[in-house]
Write a protein that binds this ligand. Structure first.
Ligand code: 4AD
Ligand code: MG
Length: 474
């Protein structure tokens, strides 16, 4: 048998008149009593190649198993296409059917299936045009991220997935244990005794690689992580997963202005990478999923992100309320902004991405650097921190980052005020004890970036096998 040519290469081939072999899954078959046309896809591109079958050479009986979803090998002669839409097609000379797909049973026979239904068959949905496009783009985004950091001199630093510390302090951790849950050993005061557990103490899946990332940055200078992250937050929203991927760069000697510049430059690089490398897939998504997609991607690259202190953001939101705008949730100084507030600022007020800074200390994590300057609220200082959330159209928060508190005493004071168990944090505090340095970093939710780049509406549809409350299928 001839060596296989991938369909993306076959469609570009200039070897007219030469034999060629392609293999893939049948998207459709149509025709008349003389000729049959098979649209074949192998995942290398969103496009299909047309296989033209002369029914005098291939009786209908032999073509019967070639239905939507069947897997075949097609050998033939590459010819210039008669029809419009493609440059070349293949005139079939030899057919092998690898696997049939029963017309009455194969779930992807029908067109126009809903996203909700496709989620129930996530094991097959990569074979649809939409999910093929999404997962090819997902690959390219991962390559963009590694390329960006590698080219800028960052080291890819692998942080653990199993940990005994809670980076975000939000108590959203999945426990990791080998203990017999039916017969839990308790201490005298009724607490679970972890001393005989696998790690000899209570451990969980990480909610962020940042703390260990800081250990890397304060030695190697510039690092990034890119790995799975777990949060047991019971948020059934189109923006939350229980298992998602996060990218976390951490940089020694970086201040807040440099941090914001990095956030903006990095995200624009990724979006531009999609436009440069994924146009076929983006054009499909632009046509069938979100008509404003490509324009939105271009506009983000072209616009300067707004730098907006939290206090100023609250003022704008309250002004909007006074002018009659209705929000579901309150937004007084000190409140955490809801997605509706973030989207108002980005989509209606500024009409471009916003980096919000200088948040109230109380709504942010313990490690953020406390602002020395006036917070602009009640005239008191020391109430805000150098956090930077990047807010995006359609998405809301896509990045959360900050300058880190480098002062041992100030950090200790926060840890004590928040009752963070110290025994698990000594290794982290050593970075502030020995050669402490100013540093900063951020976390980008990979699936939030994917939502933006694909125009998909639900985060469950940009990761192959989503994990959300009450679902861990596949
Ligand atoms: O804002 P977060 O909680 O920040 C951190 O975890 C920091 N330790 C990051 C750092 O500074 N190194 O999370 C960072 C980003 C969010 O902006 C969001 O994009 C994404 O992670 N994210 C989620 N994505 C999907 N599902 C969830 N449940 C998410 N929670 C956060
Ligand atoms: Mg956040």
């Amino acid at each position: 048998m001839l060596q296989r040519t991938e369909i993306k290469d076959a469609l570009q081939s200039k070897q007219i008149g030469q034999p060629i072999n392609v293999r893939g899954w049948v998207r459709s078959r149509r025709g008349n009593k003389n000729v049959s046309f098979i649209a074949l896809n192998d995942g290398s591109t969103i496009k299909t190649i047309q296989i033209v079958v002369d029914l005098e050479k291939f009786p209908e009986e032999q073509l019967k198993p070639v239905t939507t979803g069947a897997c075949i090998s097609a050998t033939g002669i590459l010819v210039e296409s008669q029809g419009s839409g493609q440059a070349v097609e293949i005139q079939l000379t030899e057919l092998v059917v690898y696997g049939t797909a029963d017309v009455d049973q194969y779930p992807l026979q029908k067109k126009g299936l809903s996203m909700e239904y496709l989620r129930t068959i996530a094991h097959l949905r990569p074979r649809t045009n939409t999910f093929g496009a999404v997962f090819r783009i997902r690959h390219h985004m991962a390559m963009a991220i590694h390329t960006y950091f590698h080219e800028h001199g960052y080291f890819y630093f692998h942080t653990p997935l199993i940990t005994a510390s809670d980076c975000e302090g939000a108590g959203q951790m999945f426990q990791v244990t080998t203990k017999n849950l039916y017969n839990l050993k308790k201490t005298e005061d009724g607490k679970i005794d972890y001393s005989d557990d696998f790690f000899g103490k209570q451990t969980s899946l990480t909610v962020s690689g940042q703390l260990e990332g800081e250990l890397g940055a304060t030695a190697l200078g510039k690092i990034y992580t890119f790995g799975p992250t777990f949060r047991a937050e019971n948020s059934n929203t189109p923006r939350h997963l229980a298992e998602f991927w996060m990218i976390e760069p951490e940089v020694a000697f970086m201040d807040i202005d440099e941090l914001m510049a990095l956030e903006e430059d990095f995200i624009k690089f990724c979006v531009k990478w999609a436009l440069d490398n994924c146009m076929d897939d983006l054009e499909f998504l632009n046509q069938y999923v979100d008509k404003g997609l490509i324009e939105r991607l271009r506009s983000v690259i072209a616009s300067d992100f707004v730098h907006l202190p939290y206090t100023e953001g609250i003022r704008i939101l309250q002004e909007a309320i006074q002018n009659g705008h209705k929000f579901e949730f309150p937004c007084e100084w000190g409140d955490d902004l809801a997605s509706e507030h973030e989207r108002y600022l980005v989509e209606e007020h500024f009409k471009r991405p916003v980096i919000m800074t200088n948040y109230p200390k109380a709504i942010k994590a313990f490690y953020m650097k406390i602002d020395e300057q006036e917070s602009g609220y009640n005239g008191k200082s020391g109430q805000t921190v150098q956090g930077t959330d990047v807010l995006f159209p359609q998405i809301g928060e896509i990045i959360g980052g900050s300058v880190r508190e480098e002062s041992y005493d100030k950090l200790m004071a926060e840890i004590e005020a928040r009752h963070i168990p110290m025994k698990d944090m000594t290794w982290y505090l050593d970075t502030r004890k020995y050669g402490s340095c100013p540093h900063a970093g951020f976390g980008l939710g990979f699936e939030r970036l994917m939502l933006f780049v694909t125009g998909m509406q639900n985060i469950r549809d940009v990761i192959p096998f989503p994990r959300t409350p009450k679902t861990a299928e596949f």
